[in-house]
Design a protein. Structure first.
Length: 279
């Protein structure tokens, strides 16, 4: 690392960790009192929308931007801007959305066939236009903006698909981190994972114990920022391959349950249940 390692430690690790530790029980209590709850996969009522913790805990990391190289400081600021919109859109769905419609087909069928605007449709359009606007502030190539927007929106929704079982979305986030760590050769981007990694280590035990759920607030934020950090490190050809992969995943999941796909693969199923509470 360059000069300022102590500042990295304070702003990217210590402050997000302290913030998450203090806010976790407070947000959990707030969601329960506000009746923002859901049934988990074992049909137990738990607070939903704990992803609000992820957003609030990473805010202090922006104070460390002056200590970072210009490239990383710019990405850090853009990351927080994206996190704001992603968390807002997800929290809107958690607090107001209906759980009856599933997938893109279900939400858009309500709009096209019944003239009903669901929060899922609203969230989709908001995320796409918000991400596009944020990226267009610095990037002038509209093809690149389109590809990056599609990847970020696609990973945000992919994490929504993953977030049907405790820990599944976070395990994917950790996997993406390690892939970038070993293959990107871009330490300036790798360190920007640190705030969320610390928050995850504090938050994840409670989710694995099925005490609460991140909801769309957390899945959108975690997935969207994963996509953003990926597009910040990948070349165009790799981005196009990733976009094709995301498209295929979404098409498959419209026809077949992702959980069923995971359960029928011994390796994926082992990783899926790793660390989760048995009963």
């Amino acid at each position: 690392m360059v000069a300022g390692e102590s500042q990295y430690l304070v702003f990217l690790i210590i402050l997000p960790g302290i913030t998450a530790f203090i806010l976790l029980p407070l947000i959990e209590s707030l969601l329960v009192k506000s009746k923002i709850t859901c049934f988990n996969f074992r049909q137990k009522v738990i607070p939903e929308g704990m992803g609000l913790l992820f957003y609030l805990a990473i805010i202090p990391s922006i104070w460390g931007a002056p200590a970072l190289p210009a490239f990383s400081a710019d990405i850090l600021k853009k990351k927080l801007s994206l996190a704001t919109g992603l968390a807002f859109a997800g929290f809107l769905d958690d607090s107001m959305g209906s759980k009856k419609q599933k997938g893109f087909k279900g939400h858009f069928k309500e709009l096209l066939h019944h003239g009903m605007l669901t929060t899922g449709v609203l969230k989709t359009f908001f995320i796409v236009f918000y991400v596009f606007t944020i990226l267009a502030l610095t990037e002038k190539n509209y093809f690149i903006i389109f590809v990056d927007t599609a990847i970020i929106a696609g990973t945000a929704n992919f994490f929504n698909l993953l977030d049907l079982k405790p820990g599944r979305a976070w395990k994917m986030f950790f996997l993406i981190f390690f892939l970038i760590l070993f293959f990107s050769g871009s330490p300036d981007v790798v360190i920007l994972f640190f705030p969320l990694l610390v928050v995850g280590l504090i938050y994840l035990p409670g989710e694995l114990e099925q005490r609460f759920a991140m909801g769309d607030t957390g899945a959108n934020l975690l997935g969207g920022l994963s996509g953003f950090l990926l597009v910040a490190t990948l070349n165009l050809s790799t981005k196009l391959f990733l976009l094709l992969f995301l498209l295929m995943i979404h098409l498959v999941c419209e026809k077949k349950s992702l959980s069923r796909i995971i359960e029928t693969n011994p390796i994926l199923n082992y990783l899926d249940v790793l660390g989760t509470k048995k009963n």
